[in-house]
Design a protein around this ligand. Structure first.
Ligand code: OXD
Ligand code: MN
Length: 581
């Protein structure tokens, strides 16, 4: 690690180097340093003790997928869904931007562990950064400092990441990954997934590449435990594209709590999974915190996180009230008098939202009342079900189950989500986002599908695979399903399918619940609504299959034959040429 830090310092040329030990004293010093910059403020110490507001540069408010590159010698190896740069070219071009980028600044060296400190499944990373905000966030999102140095010892088995704010100009912003070297360079952004290198860069892009080489899985999945009456907990991992409610599902307050069903949170964004000695897939959450989207978060949508973020939390780009409390659209109160926007201006309704739509909270996972007692289990938790999902106004039923692993991989590979009017103005445009990994797969996605297929052959007790859609709409344009805490009813059906007790009906796309197999008491859904929720409409699926065909076409001959065959299977089942399995 020292050798790499020396090299990084020779390139970036900081005035000072501080190696972080992760102590509370050091944290307070970093927070003071953060507040000395005009972009960060302490919030009301009485109502929000140890909470901070950070305002990022207005042109640096989200992950920038078009400036994110995977660097391997052959373009083919990163595939059609990633941006490619040749490693030598990337070193030259981004190296020039990093050269001297830390002059006059401090380089903080943050050794960190992704995963529980004592887990054999965890991995070490080292981030060198010139941003105290990044250090303060990494401290919440990972296990940093001495614990990581102790784990690393003299080993070279760590993923280094060099990060500099540079001049924050989007024209000089690059997030580049060298999977073969296991190296990350990021320059020109101080924001979230661009700058907290343990998260998307390491735990997904680099880790997905390592996972394929080493026979495990790094997935963009939440992990939850569903407790059933009697206290047994069944673990599920779910992949949804952004804006589909992953954090809310992972932290859900169950509508069936009185009947003994309760949800425990293990993770809200990333799962690392290995085959355990008993043949089950064991999952750990590599992260230690939640970096969640604030707008829309309220006591109604996510009471657990609301109870967590009133202390020791960093808010980014939210609004602030005159008495120093964070505020965002959808928090559950009207715009308060004297509200200041994320840009630091007086709120003016004519100028739009007070909080940036991608504003965030960073909070330690252990502060959530829903945190699973097995959150830090070094062995991880055994996964019984995978859930894929997306936002499909017309197409997909509330829930359906794959016929088998291979069909489940097809369902994941063809996953898609529709853009909403609010976001783009184009309603119903479908973006294919296989396994929700489109922006996060560190190599050719066709090879990633192959890896999924290969894993299925090796897991003795593979999770059953499901697809859910909370977002189906009726003819009147209204959501058919109430969502939020009521989603536990779907989780209960999934659990009962895992246990082999719930009834299902075969359709061309998979097993759909029979009318009485879902617990719906107290919901007052009309029989028309129910029919709509579960309808499998051949005409709609025909259009979707045409789109799938085009998407698969992008991968050319590299697409696994098994997925072609699964595609043909769905087509033929709709044609009635073969029965549902
Ligand atoms: C995230 C994302 O921030 O997926 O988790 O963009
Ligand atoms: Mn995510």
């Amino acid at each position: 690690m020292e050798a790499w830090v020396d090299q990084a310092a020779q390139l970036a040329k900081p005035d000072r180097i501080v190696v972080c030990d992760g102590s509370e004293g050091e944290n307070q010093a970093i927070l003071r340093e953060m507040v000395q910059h005009s972009d960060s403020f302490e919030l009301n110490p009485k109502t929000y003790p140890n909470c901070y507001l950070h305002r990022s540069s207005p042109s640096d408010v989200a992950r920038t997928e078009h400036l994110t590159f995977i660097c391997m010698p052959e373009k083919e190896d990163v595939g059609p869904t990633n941006n490619w740069m040749d490693p030598g070219g990337a070193k030259y071009k981004i190296g020039a931007l990093l050269n001297g980028a830390m002059r006059g600044r401090t380089m903080y060296v943050v050794p960190y562990i992704m995963g529980p400190a004592n887990s054999p499944l965890s991995k070490v990373g080292v981030e060198a950064t010139d941003s105290p905000y990044v250090v303060a966030n990494m401290r919440i999102m990972a296990r940093i400092g001495k614990v990581a140095i102790d784990r690393l010892g003299n080993s070279t088995d760590f993923v280094p990441g060099l990060h500099s704010l540079g001049d924050l100009d989007p024209l000089r912003r690059y997030i580049v990954h060298f999977p073969e070297e296991r190296l990350i360079w990021s320059v020109g952004s101080g924001y979230g997934g661009n700058a907290l290198l343990g998260k998307k860069c390491f735990a997904l892009r680099i880790a997905s590449y390592m996972a394929r080489q080493q026979g495990w899985m790094a997935e963009h999945m939440l992990i939850l435990g569903l407790e059933s009456p009697g206290g047994k907990v069944t673990y599920m991992a779910a992949a949804f594209p952004s804006a589909c409610g992953k954090t809310n599902l992972a932290m859900m307050v169950s509508a069936l709590e009185a009947q003994g069903y309760r949800v425990w949170t293990v993770g809200d964004d990333i799962a690392w999974m290995h085959i355990g000695s008993d043949g089950y897939l064991q999952a750990i959450n590599p992260e230690a915190g939640f970096f969640g989207v604030a707008p829309g978060t309220s006591m109604k949508t996510n009471p657990n996180v609301m109870r967590a973020i009133n202390r020791n939390t960093i808010f980014t780009n939210v609004g602030v009230t005159p008495n120093g409390e964070p505020w965002w659209e959808g928090i559950g109160t009207e715009h308060p008098m004297g509200l200041i926007t994320w840009r630091g201006e007086r709120w003016d309704p004519a100028k739009g939202a007070a909080a940036h739509p991608n504003s965030r909270y960073t909070v330690a996972a252990r502060q959530s009342p829903s945190i699973s007692p097995r959150f830090e289990d070094p062995e991880g938790v055994p996964i019984s079900a995978f859930i894929f999902g997306g936002r499909r106004a017309r197409l997909a039923p509330l829930v359906y189950e794959a016929f088998d692993w291979r069909h489940g991989v097809y369902i994941g590979a063809t996953m898609a989500s529709e853009t909403t009017a609010a976001a783009t103005g184009d309603v119903g445009i479908t973006r294919r986002d296989p396994m929700a990994m489109l922006p996060f797969c560190g190599y050719n996605m066709a090879d990633y599908f192959e890896h999924w297929l290969a894993m299925g052959k090796r897991i003795l007790h593979p999770p059953k695979i499901f697809h859910v859609n909370w977002f189906r709409k009726g003819a009147d344009g209204r959501f058919l399903w109430p969502g939020y805490g009521e989603n536990v009813r779907v989780l209960k059906w999934i659990l009962e399918r895992v246990e082999g007790t719930a009834q299902a009906e075969e359709t061309p796309i998979g097993f759909v619940p029979t009318r009485n197999s879902l617990t719906l008491d107290g919901l007052n859904l009309s029989s028309d609504t129910l029919r709509e929720l579960f309808r499998v409409e051949a005409d709609d699926w025909e259009l979707d299959l045409a789109d799938t065909r085009e998407f698969f076409g992008k991968f050319g001959r590299r697409l696994p034959q098994a997925l072609q065959e699964e595609y043909q299977g769905v087509v033929r089942r709709f044609e009635g040429a073969i029965p549902a399995r």
